[in-house]
Design a protein around this ligand. Structure first.
Ligand code: ADP
Ligand code: ZN
Ligand code: ZN
Length: 817
């Protein structure tokens, strides 16, 4: 009797491949283990066993495997089912899902590069002879390929050796390095707490009569604090009081002053370290029990809670219950860098039980996290991560929280699988019989629709924590302001007034402009030409700080030209404006205040985000200008005013979700204002003050927005009423992409008639010298999705069989976002 295994290879193949194994191997092997197998002419890949059986493949002869890599499965049966669903729903290969799903260190293959783990201390005795040989070789040369290692060890089966060294943390493969951010500790001083109260202060000053230097320092500290209303750095005080840090130190030693660090300021949650110390207020308590009740009848619950209502605290209480039952929790976030605040809140509360999974972690760290979860370790009870963490090997998932569920970052664009982690988590929850909680202040229309149609339960929380009122939202008509000459650059008189007022009270300002750069477009007054990217069909964006024109799609850049490149005229004007210009204008308007900018350009460097966020929290920045990065659930304590520089660019974006998105963005950024004490203020500058969305934002009318938008979507056949599948054809050859798209659209129209739109060039039709053309398929609710996909696949197969079209790339995006 011959034995075979089916293997999923990390390649875009339609099927699993069958290999032959010996009876003894068949006996040892289990589904979910890794094997190294030959594929193609001379390549070796690591694959996952999906089935063990006795049926020889019909059309090819099964090759034997090279090597068994595991002693027990590293992929669970549930994961395999999940992969199958992802591949079939998002129309890609299971091999592509596999690549996205497990750390690349698990997938040794011919191309793998092996390096020594930095700063290791090795117990040489713990290594086998082969391992030691490789370890030694890697000390002489910085990296080695598998082929070189095969030569070195003089044997074919080297993957187990490497595997074992990865596990022993001696080597890394395909390394990228990520170091966790540690904010710099700044020393601050304040008057010692024993000197509160006027009497004690006079006493202190009298005492210091004979130490004029020290007295001077104390007085300077008073005046500095009164003037800046900010914590005072030791260095700042030394400078202002014209003294040395030694003098300040002596005052600290005498308990006149006390020092503290930025770090202790940042973590305000310390006092709630111990479990059970969070006290929900009555509204949170109510919400908490409604969510629990919801889970009794339905496994998915949408928590619609206004910004700063304390959703995190409710999550924490729910999580606590689930882990007490011995189950695991997955906490999905739209982004890690911007949500460091939330992660430290979870870590402060749950300590060691929280594990963060990050795509920027080094490959080894990812292996460690993966294995901890697989073993249901105490260290991985709560897994916090971005979208890809839905692929981790959970054993007993009890709850999935999707925070800020409306965020588009839950959708993967490239490469396949193009999944939406929010939607996929509902399926994952189902596979584990786990509950799923979607939380947000601005639900995605799809999610709210599902709640309205009783697929999800809906729970509302309308109060901010601490009974702070939601910010007051005021619309500023800038058309009118321009007419009345009340604009300074892009700042209305209202906005300037309120900024002045806010700064005067020592509070902070956030300004939102959803475009980076100085002014997006440079235009010639004489001939109307604006400089274009040579590789993409877009105008270049002007960046003032380095006098460059840049392409935001491919990174192409050139020096700013003084004259029009077409007609030579020196009269160039700028159109539109970005964050950089807002910053420049602000510096002129408020020269004595610190201004920070947060966008892709300023956060690119290592820990860019964290630095800016920490500086803003420490009040080293008074006004923070930024793009939509500012909207991501940040919890700042001292922001009174939020200004939206221009609502119109958001509203006019050519996409059926533009209105929904504008609403979400504006309401989220508004939610950064006035989170602690008094009510905050939001100013929305717009040329269209009567736009429905602007009105709905200003009155916080989510349901009204939802009803109007869904009505439009119904009329024009968009989600949630219709499902969309977008097919993008890409080629460097312009006429080929046109021909291919026409052929494909014709075939699809025969099958789906008027529910096929296009082919059509997208707004940016050429990127990095590839031409793009889209076809959109709309699937009515009644039409079977799986049948639709089968028909599509048949058409794709005929398409690929046509010689001239073989070079065209087909990208299929189910539920594009
Ligand atoms: P959301 O995520 O709903 O916008 P957060 O969870 O960030 O709101 O809560 C807003 C602020 O209120 C946070 O600073 C949080 O620490 C505080 N807060 C909320 N609930 C509580 C509570 N029960 N006890 C103490 N502080 C709370
Ligand atoms: Zn010109
Ligand atoms: Zn470009």
């Amino acid at each position: 009797m011959s034995h075979f295994i089916n293997v999923i290879l990390p390649l875009p193949l339609e099927k699993h491949f069958t290999y032959s194994v010996s009876p003894a191997e068949a006996d040892f092997l289990q589904v979910g283990m890794r094997v190294a197998v030959p594929f193609g002419k001379s390549k070796i890949y690591t694959g996952i066993i999906s089935k063990i059986h006795q049926q020889a493949p019909e059309i090819y002869e099964a090759k034997p495997i090279e090597q068994i890599l595991d002693e027990k499965p590293i992929v669970t049966a549930t994961q395999l089912k999940f992969w199958e669903w992802i591949a079939s729903y998002y129309m890609c290969a299971e091999g592509e899902v596999l690549r996205a799903a497990i750390p690349s260190a698990f997938l040794l293959e011919s191309e793998t590069v092996v390096q020594l783990y930095k700063k290791i201390e090795i117990e040489e005795r713990a290594l086998t002879d082969d391992e030691f040989l490789l370890f030694e070789a890697l000390q002489r040369q910085s990296s080695m390929k598998i082929q070189e290692i095969i030569q070195l060890l003089d044997k074919k089966t080297v993957l187990p050796v490497i595997n074992s060294l990865v596990e022993k943390r001696v080597v890394v493969v395909n390394q990228e390095i990520y170091e966790q951010y540690k904010p710099k500790l700044e020393r601050y001083v304040q008057l010692h707490s024993s000197y509160s109260g006027e009497a004690r202060m006079h006493e202190l000053l009298d005492n210091l009569d004979r130490a004029p230097r020290q007295r001077e320092v104390v007085l300077t500290l008073f005046s500095l604090s009164a003037r800046t209303k900010k914590p005072i750095k030791v260095s700042e005080l030394a400078k202002e009081a014209k003294t040395t840090t030694a003098t300040i130190k002596s005052l600290i030693d005498k308990n006149v002053l006390e020092e503290f660090h930025l770090q202790t300021q940042r973590v305000q949650y310390e006092e709630r370290k111990l479990a059970g110390e969070i006290e929900l207020n009555e509204f949170q308590e109510q919400t908490f029990s409604e969510v629990e009740q919801a889970f009794e009848s339905e496994s998915v619950c949408l928590l619609h809670g206004v910004t700063s209502s304390g959703k995190t605290e409710i999550y924490i209480k729910l999580i606590e219950k689930v882990i007490a039952e011995g189950k695991q929790v997955l906490f999905l976030l739209p982004e890690i860098a911007l949500t460091a605040q939330l992660i430290s809140r979870l870590q402060n509360y749950f300590g060691e039980q929280v594990m963060v999974y990050h795509s920027k972690y080094s490959v080894n760290e990812r292996v460690e996290v993966y294995q901890n979860i697989l073993n249901n370790s105490e260290k991985a009870k709560i897994v916090v991560g971005v979208r890809s963490s839905i692929f981790l090997p959970f054993q007993k998932l009890g709850l999935i929280v999707v925070d800020e569920e409306h965020e588009s970052t839950f959708k993967q664009y490239d490469p396949a699988p193009r999944y939406n982690a929010r939607d996929a988590s509902v399926v994952l929850g189902n596979l584990h019989s786990s509950n799923v909680l979607l939380g947000t202040a601005t639900p995605a229309i799809e999610s709210y629709f599902n709640a309205e149609h009783h697929k999800y339960k809906l729970v509302n929380l309308n109060r901010r924590f601490g009974n702070v009122l939601l910010p007051k939202i005021e619309v500023v008509d800038i058309k009118e302001k321009h007419r009345k000459k009340r604009m300074m650059g892009h700042f209305s008189d209202r906005l300037q007034e309120e900024i002045t007022e806010t700064l005067k009270n020592g509070e902070q300002v956030i300004l939102f402009q959803n475009r980076r750069g100085f002014s997006p477009i440079l235009e010639c007054n004489t001939c109307g030409h604006s400089p274009q990217c040579p590789n993409c069909d877009v105008s270049l964006t002007f960046h003032n700080h380095n006098n460059q024109l840049r392409c935001h799609y491919c990174g192409y850049h050139m020096a700013l030209q003084k004259k029009c490149m077409k007609c030579g005229s020196p009269e160039l004007t700028t159109k539109g404006f970005g964050t950089e210009q807002v910053e420049t204008e602000l510096k002129a308007l408020f020269p004595e205040h610190k201004i920070g900018r947060m966008d892709l350009d300023t956060t690119r460097g290592k820990h860019g985000y964290e630095k800016i966020i920490a500086a803003f929290e420490a009040k080293e920045i008074d006004i923070l200008v930024g793009t939509q990065m500012l909207t991501k659930g940040l919890d700042f304590r001292n922001v009174r005013l939020v200004g939206i520089m221009n609502a119109d660019t958001l509203l006019n974006f050519p996409d059926f979700r533009a209105h929904e998105r504008s609403f979400q963005l504006m309401l989220q950024v508004a939610g950064r204002a006035g989170r602690t004490k008094e009510q905050g203020l939001v100013l929305i500058q717009t040329y269209n003050p009567h736009h429905r969305i602007v009105q709905q934002v200003s009155t916080n009318s989510y349901v009204e927005m939802y009803e109007e938008q869904t009505e439009e979507r119904r009329q024009y056949k968009y989600p949630p009423y219709y499902r969309l599948i977008r097919i993008t054809l890409k080629s460097r050859d312009y006429s080929r992409v046109n021909e291919g798209a026409d052929w494909l659209a014709k075939g699809l129209k025969q099958a789906f008639q008027e529910n096929v739109l296009g082919p059509e060039f997208p707004p940016v039709a050429r990127i990095r010298n590839e031409y793009y053309k889209n076809i959109l398929i709309k699937i009515p609710q009644k039409q079977s999705i799986s049948k639709t996909k089968k028909v599509m696949e048949r058409i794709f197969t005929s398409f690929k069989a046509i010689g001239g079209f073989r070079s065209i790339k087909l990208v299929i995006n189910v539920d594009p976002y």
